[in-house]
Design a protein around this ligand. Structure first.
Ligand code: PLP
Length: 439
């Protein structure tokens, strides 16, 4: 598979180039040049297939010319080390529980897949160590750290802004005995991102090591998210005992990675009638779908904080998929936005009416599904995080209390190297793994 930049001012890239560069030289995001269509016969037996088998078929169609089939098999088996159950919560409504991985959120899927692809691509070419950099402002750090645990040939450096992460988020960056290093940067998230960019631009460093980034725009964090849309459909066919005609899928959206992956799955042949996206008060995407006008804004804080995005990066991929044609896009994807009060209300009602506990992100997606679903249709919403990750919201909405055991764990927290927000300090660490504190 070759990948093109959606800005179309860069040469097309191999899988290796697209994964290692992250972003194309012209600043565009990568998309696959061809979207292979899955043979219809595949769907006949889909309800009997495991998520690993489904993922293998889809991944092999996409990446089979770049990675050996036996390696793809191993990568998807290792990625899906946990279940993704589809749970019926109401007559026509199902929850796709994406939160049973190591960090209890769907980002585990992309992180685990990306780590393994980077490891394969590097060990095939040369025996140089790959250094993977990630700037995080919170949750993605933990998912990526867990994803790279025990993956050979790669070393991960996670840069986070000093004093911005919660105790739980910090704890998740500690992966004992692994090649994962967390670095506290005396600066902001933007400083962390700048340091990563400077490392990319450092010719001397790149002569020593292969450098890549694990950030969310990487095409190999996106592609594996397609697999669970097929798996959701397979589970639905199993539950319904037949092939439903009209399936609507609702996605809680921030940077629109999940929606992009769902749309790619649809283009590969997944029978979906339409998609629904839920926004919180950061309703830039929903406004675009309603008006055709894209007006990015500074994000505000909400209870569904992983959706607090004011300029969703994957919207450009979605526009590209639809040839920038607003009409068809706005007919196929419906948007709804919710206040914190609406979201807590959705959590509370679902707990009392259906005895089902939701996190705020899943609750937003369910609210949108309920607002959009018509009689006779089957609806699936993505439950993107485990409710225990949001104990305060859960307790406010439902009265259910989770014990926060992480306070105890933090006593064992190792101290991360702390650096000033200067590239020289980062470089010392990248060149010499033993550096402890370089201020
Ligand atoms: C990242 C995240 C989202 C937003 O997903 P996108 O793919 O960026 O739209 C939703 N819910 C949770 C729990 C997340 O961590």
């Amino acid at each position: 598979m070759k990948f093109y930049s959606i800005n179309r001012k860069a040469p097309s890239a191999t899988l290796r180039e697209a994964v290692m560069n992250g972003l194309a030289p012209d600043g565009g995001l990568y998309m696959p040049e061809r979207i292979p269509v899955i043979p219809k016969a595949f769907f006949n037996n889909i309800s009997g297939m495991s998520i690993r088998d489904i993922a293998f078929v889809v991944a092999d169609l996409m990446l089979g010319s770049d990675i050996d089939s036996s390696d793809i098999r191993e990568i998807v088996n290792d990625t899906f080390s946990f279940d993704i159950p589809l749970v019926r919560i109401d007559k026509d409504i199902y929850s796709l529980e994406l939160f049973h991985g190591p960090t209890l959120a769907f980002k585990d899927v992309g992180a685990r897949f990306l780590a393994r692809v980077i490891s394969r691509l590097s060990s095939r070419s040369e025996s140089r160590m790959v250094k993977v950099l990630l700037a995080t402002s919170g949750d993605s750090g933990g998912a990526v750290a867990a994803g790279f645990k025990d993956v050979p040939g790669v070393e991960l450096f996670i840069l986070y802004p000093s004093e911005r992460l919660s105790r739980m988020q910090l704890d998740r960056l500690n992966v004992p005995g692994s090649q994962v290093h967390a670095i506290e940067v005396l600066g902001t998230f933007d400083d962390c991102q700048r340091l990563v960019k400077e490392a990319f631009a450092d010719v001397e460093l790149r002569q020593e090591f292969d450098i890549t980034s694990a950030n969310s725009i990487n095409i190999c964090r996106l592609l594996p998210q397609m697999f669970y849309f097929f798996h959701a459909y397979a589970s639905l066919v199993g539950s319904e005992g037949g092939f439903p005609d009209d399936v609507v899928v609702s996605v809680p959206s921030g940077n629109l990675g999940n929606l992009t992956a769902g749309l790619l799955a649809w283009r590969m042949g997944l029978p979906v009638t339409r998609f629904v996206v839920a926004n919180n008060a950061n309703d830039v995407t929903v406004n675009y779908l309603l008006s055709g006008k894209f007006i990015p804004r500074r994000a505000v804080r909400t209870v569904a904080c992983a959706m607090d995005v004011g300029n969703p990066s994957n919207l450009s991929r979605i526009l590209d998929l639809f040839g920038s044609d607003y009409g068809p896009l706005s007919r196929f994807v419906k948007g709804y936005s919710y206040t914190d009060e609406d979201i807590l209300g959705s959590m509370s009602r679902t707990y009392s009416a259906d005895s089902y506990l939701l996190d705020p992100h899943g609750a937003a997606a369910l609210a949108a599904l309920r607002d959009d679903l018509r009689p006779g249709e089957k609806g699936i919403f993505l439950a993107t995080a485990h409710p225990s990750k949001f104990p305060r919201a859960v307790s406010d909405a439902t009265g259910v209390e989770f014990k926060v055991k992480d306070i105890q764990d933090s006593a064992h927290r190792s101290t991360h190297p702390r650096i000033s927000a200067s590239y020289e300090a980062l470089k010392k660490i990248l060149m010499n793994e033993n550096a402890q504190t370089v201020v």
